[in-house]
Each structure stands twice: as C-alpha cells, then as structure tokens.
Design a binder for this molecule. Structure first.
Ligand code: GLN
Length: 209
C-alpha cells in the first residue's frame, strides 16, 4: 500500500499515522470483527463505527453482512443514514458486502424496502434460493488477476439490474455479484471470511485520489 501513503489526512484528523488509511466498519449489526481484521491485514487502520463522530474521522467505510431491514432501521435510529449519504456524495469510498450491498443499493426487487440509494442497482435478496443458503465458489474476478477468488455466499443477493455507470466486476449464475460505481463497491459474497486479501486490497486502492 506504499503508493497511497499519506494522502488520507482530513483536516480534523491531524493526529493520524500518515501511512495508513482509516477505514470504518459499520458496527450496528453483522460480521464486523472479521472485516476489521481483514482490513488491518490489507494495510489499513480499521475501527468499528457506531456514531457520526467516528464516521467523520474515517476515510472510507465498509457495511458488512447482516440483516438489511434491521440495519436500515438502525441507520435511521443512530442518525447515520444522511451523514453517510453526504460523505459518499462528497467522494468517500464505500463498500457493502452482502447485506451491505442491499442497504447501499437504489432498490430491492419485489420489496418496498428503504435503502441508502448510493449504488445504481436493483438487488434481489436471498436470490440463490433456500437450497443454496451458503456456498463457496471459485469466482473469476478479472480485476483481481487470473487466480479465481474463493467467494463465500451466505443467503446472498444478486444484481437484478444495473444503471449505465455501474461496472460489473464479477458474475455468477448469470447475475452480477461484484459491482462498482465510482467509489462505491458492492459484493454479494463475503471476502472477510477468507484469508485471500485481494478484495480488501482492491477497496483500499479505491481510496487513492
Ligand atoms: N439475507 C440477508 C438480507 O437480505 C443478507 C445476508 C448476508 O448479509 N449474509 O438482509
């Protein structure tokens, strides 16, 4: 991560160690610790985010897996939804994994479910069916190199449709499962549950100016 050293200081964070970006993991519900550990392994300083003050001190945010209706309610209750929209609107990188991608999406297929609307996609929840609640798949992700990625899907959503600015970085079963729009990344699967650091590194690469 040498190339991104020292570019992440915000005016209110002059105490930071210049060499590491500060990445928050939304900690209202879900697999927070796994993401924190994976981000640290990939070269970031990672911390749990439950308040606006901590969000303000982060250079980027991950929304982990969990339960999307619960987390959307908690984002409102903790008054984090609007600050999050503002930060991402101002260019802060955001990555949603599984539930996090659902919460980040513009819409949820077949459901009148509120979302943050930061990624121009319609997602389908629990899309791979009950028989396939959980699976590990060797997934081709060309932006990460030739080696397939061990993608773990747990009651995962897929991308039902995407707007013109959305790049589909990986597909499985004919549907997008990793997408990017500018500095917003979404994955249907859980890179934090594997030892392969490439998606976390790819996300940290999105912090470069
Ligand atoms: N099925 C969950 C939802 O729809 C997401 C599952 C996950 O994040 N692993 O909210």
């Amino acid at each position: 991560m040498v190339s991104i050293c020292g570019r992440f200081r915000r005016a209110n964070c002059s105490h930071r160690v210049a060499s590491k970006p500060h990445v928050g993991v939304l900690a209202l519900q879900g697999d927070v610790e796994e993401h924190i550990a994976a981000l640290e392994r990939a070269g970031a300083k990672a911390r749990a985010v439950k308040t606006r003050a901590v969000l303000d001190a982060c250079d980027a945010l991950v929304i982990p897996g969990g339960e999307s209706t619960t987390v959307m309610k908690l984002l409102d209750r903790f008054a984090l939804a609007d600050p999050l929209r503002e930060r991402v609107g101002a260019g802060m990188p955001l990555w949603g994994t599984c539930m996090g991608m659902i919460v980040t999406a513009r819409a949820v297929a077949g459901l009148d479910q509120p979302t943050l609307g930061l990624l121009d996609v319609t997602v389908r929840r629990n899309a791979f069916g009950r028989q396939n609640d959980s699976a590990e798949v060797d997934l081709a992700i060309p932006v990460l190199g030739a080696e397939p990625f061990p993608a773990i899907f747990i009651r995962a959503p897929w991308i039902e449709s995407a707007g013109p600015e959305v790049e589909v970085l990986a597909s499985f079963g004919g549907h997008g499962v990793m997408v990017r729009q500018g500095r917003v990344l979404g994955t249907s699967f859980h890179p934090e549950l594997t030892a392969d650091p490439r998606v976390h590194r790819y996300f940290l690469g999105m912090l470069a100016p």
